[in-house]
Structure formats: structure tokens, C-alpha cells
Design a protein around this ligand. Structure first.
Ligand code: DGY
Length: 417
């Protein structure tokens, strides 16, 4: 594993832009929110100081209301679309106007536990109020009805951009006013690995909608044509709230700890709304129509990571793991391989993602499902060792999908070796 570890470190070094790490220098040349959280977990394996810096840099772009953007445009780069002029956040630094799965508090706990010294405790103390403000923002802006789920307003916000979970909800988005634009992603990568033109039109229409509100998140939460309770974000936030609670207790923050307990209780009471009794799986749900997506995706397996323990639902979820493991060489495909829409190299419609595997594997291990936890971890390391530090991988043959020299894939190799 020594070679894998040094190769992973070399990628983080090459992608370091001074205080933050780009996901990949060509396709994604800025700071991305959940990428940086995973990168911090990777850095923590050998450079705890740099791990804290990654999180601190991200939170320097936090808005006054607690919102943390999904992209921070610290430096200009023409290689990416849509850039800061399209988002028009009006902030300094310039940012996007949507967020991403909130992994940051989980990352902060992981980094802290690697080296719990007085020096790092001071940095944790300084970051804690910012993390708290971010989680309050999620409570107030992404769960305005207090249902205990995260309502996303953009597929990019979920991090699982072109998951089929967004197809039916996306039909309600009017793309007639989007106008002409030039994609940059398909200039860097094979279009077969990327979202379609219709999906991009929808992404852009939602950016234009948000920008027209002046990025008024309360209004967006009420009026966006795309409002979906995302299983992935809901599970990830529930986990992050538990991790932030552990940090609050450590720091003796009683008021905040009570607030976090209330947030966790709300999620535990409400998240069952995302259980699809007919398909016996966790899935996302359209807030506008109430419809279940009906898809088994990699996010369906994050319930263990979220700390949900429900014998019936766990058994049904593990039965899907067993079935899927019988169909593909590598767990966990981002879409059920038995689904007619499964495509082994198209982004979130089939490929395996190392960071999702880390969350699934971590959750399975914590829940005591050791056999599956070990397989998810080993499959991830085998993919990396065989194919390199790719953005994602075909679950069928381990082939590459997306960009190479990927920071968060390197980070997971470091976290897991
Ligand atoms: C992209 O541009 O593909 C990103 O996933 C958006 O965050």
C-alpha cells in the first residue's frame, strides 16, 4: 500500500492551489464544497495542519446567513462553465448560489480525532460556530416545513448531478428561456460520461431562476420548480448533525448541543418518509408531487452511515446489497444495475464513486455488517490500484469514468490505507 499512499499524496500536492484543493485541475478548477470535506479527511492521514486549512478556507467563503456554497471561485479559470459571472453571487469571494451535501462537520470530527491536541482544539473551537451556522441554515432553508429531510433545489446541490432520481422532478422545469451556452465539460471528457444536453438545460434554467431571486434562499425553497427531498443529503446531514453534536459536547457547548439534538430528533422522526415500501428501499421524493423516485441508487445505502437502525428496513437494504453484488464486480454502483437506465460509465447512472463507498462502508462497519463493509472497502481499493485515481469507475469492469488524478479519490485511498 506504500505506493498507493505516496501516489495519493502526490495527487493532493499537485491539486493544491494554496489552502484549498481543486477536485481535478482541468475539469473542476475551483474549490468544491463536499470535495474539500473529503480532501480534509485524506489530508488528516498525514498532514493534520493542512486538513484544518482545507476546511477553514472553505468556510472563509461562508455567507452571512450560514450558507456555504458548492463552488468557491478563488481564482479565474476559463476551463469551467458556468463560471462566476453566470452565478452572479455578488459576494467576495465569488461563489455559486447553491450548496452541496454537508460532509464538513463529519470531516472536522475525523480531522480532530486524528490529532486531538490543544493547538488543533483552538482551530476546532474557531470553526465550530461556522459549522453550526451552516447546519442551522440547512434546518431553516432546506427543511422549512420541519419534515426532517433535506429539500434540494438543484441536481448539482445533491452532488449526484444526473441521477435518474431527478428525471421526473426535472420535467417540471421550463427550459425554453435558457438560451445558447457552451459547455466546457464535454471539451475535456467523452460526452458518454457526462450529463445530456436536456439535463444541462435544466441545470442552467435553475441557476437562472436562483439568480433572478438574488439568491434569496427562503424564496427559492418556496418557489423553485425543482424541490426534491434527497435521500443522499438527508442521510449525510443526519450523520453530520450527530458528528457536530459530538464536537459540541466535547467543547462544552450546551445550548448548541441541545439545538443539534432537536435537529437529530426531527430527522429521526421524519426521514421514514423517504422509505419506499413498495420497492423496499430508501429513495428521494418529489416535494411538489409527493412521488417516490422508485430508484435504488448508491444513496439508498447511506442509512447505516446516518445512524438509522431499523431491523426491517436494514434487512431489506442488505438484500439489495446482496442482489447487486451478484450482478456487478465492484460495489456500489450509483444506479441499480438491473434498472433499464443503468449505464456503466455515465456519471451518476451507474459508475462507482469512492467517496460514496467510503460513507457506505463506514456506515456498514459501524452497524456491524462487517462482510459487506469489507467488500465495499476492498472493491474501492482494488479499483484505485487497478485503474488509477479516477473520478468514478465502471462497476462492471472497473474501467475509468470521468477525470483522472482526482483529489477525493486520492483522499479516500489515504483514509482507507
Ligand atoms: C459539474 O459541473 O459537473 C459539477 O458537478 C457541478 O457541481
Amino acid at each position: 500500500m506504500a505506493d498507493l499512499t505516496s501516489a495519493a499524496r502526490a495527487i493532493l500536492t499537485a491539486n493544491d492551489r494554496g489552502g484549498y484543493t481543486v477536485p481535478n485541475g482541468t475539469v473542476y478548477p475551483f474549490q468544491w464544497n463536499w470535495d474539500s470535506a473529503f480532501v480534509a479527511i485524506g489530508f488528516a492521514a498525514y498532514d493534520v495542519d493542512r486538513a484544518w486549512t482545507e476546511l477553514e478556507t472553505l468556510f472563509r467563503a461562508q455567507w452571512a446567513d450560514g450558507f456555504v456554497p458548492h463552488i468557491v471561485f478563488w481564482k479565474d479559470d476559463d476551463g469551467y462553465f458556468p463560471g462566476p459571472d453566470v452565478w452572479a453571487s455578488g459576494t467576495d469571494p465569488r461563489t455559486s448560489g447553491i450548496t452541496q451535501p454537508p460532509v464538513a462537520a463529519t470531516a472536522a470530527r475525523q480531522v480532530w480525532e486524528r490529532s486531538p491536541t490543544p493547538e488543533y482544539r483552538a482551530r476546532l473551537e474557531a470553526l465550530f460556530p461556522r459549522l453550526m451556522a451552516y447546519h442551522r441554515w440547512f434546518r431553516d432553508m432546506r427543511d422549512p416545513e420541519g419534515r426532517g429531510v433535506v429539500v434540494t433545489v438543484h441536481p448539482w446541490e445533491t452532488g449526484r448531478d444526473n441521477s435518474p432520481e431527478w428525471d421526473a422532478p426535472g420535467d417540471l422545469i421550463d427550459v425554453s428561456g435558457v438560451g445558447d451556452y457552451t459547455r466546457r465539460d464535454t471539451g475535456h471528457l467523452d460526452h458518454k460520461m457526462r450529463p445530456t444536453k436536456l439535463e444541462y438545460d435544466r441545470y442552467l434554467a435553475l441557476v437562472q431562476f436562483g439568480r433572478a431571486t438574488g439568491w434569496d434562499h427562503a424564496r427559492i425553497a418556496r418557489e423553485s420548480p425543482f424541490r426534491v427531498a434527497d435521500t443522499g443529503m438527508s442521510m449525510i446531514l443526519l450523520r453530520a448533525n450527530r458528528d457536530l453534536l459530538a464536537l459540541a459536547e466535547l467543547l462544552g457547548k450546551g445550548v448548541e448541543a441541545d439545538e443539534l439534538r432537536a435537529m437529530i430528533a426531527t430527522s429521526e422522526a421524519g426521514i421514514g418518509w423517504l422509505w419506499n415500501a413498495e420497492k423496499q428501499c430508501w429513495n428521494s421524493r418529489d416535494m411538489i408531487t409527493g412521488a417516490h423516485s422508485g430508484f435504488v441508487t448508491s444513496a439508498s445505502f447511506l442509512s447505516f452511515y446516518a445512524g438509522i437502525r431499523d431491523a426491517g428496513k436494514d434487512a431489506a437494504t442488505l438484500a439489495h446489497v446482496e442482489r447487486i453484488a451478484g450482478r456487478v464486480r465492484y460495489l456500489m454502483p450509483s444506479l441499480d444495475p438491473e434498472d433499464p437506465g443503468f449505464q456503466m460509465v455515465r456519471y451518476w447512472r451507474g459508475p462507482v464513486w469512492a467517496v460514496v463507498n467510503w460513507m457506505i462502508g463506514t456506515g456498514l462497519a459501524e452497524a456491524g455488517h462487517d462482510r459487506w463493509a469489507a467488500k465495499v472497502r476492498q472493491d474501492t481499493l482494488d479499483l484505485i490500484a487497478t485503474t488509477g485515481f479516477m473520478e468514478a469507475y465502471s462497476p462492471v469492469d472497473g474501467g475509468a469514468s470521468g477525470g483522472d488524478d482526482f483529489s477525493w479519490t486520492a483522499a479516500i485511498a489515504l483514509a482507507w490505507t
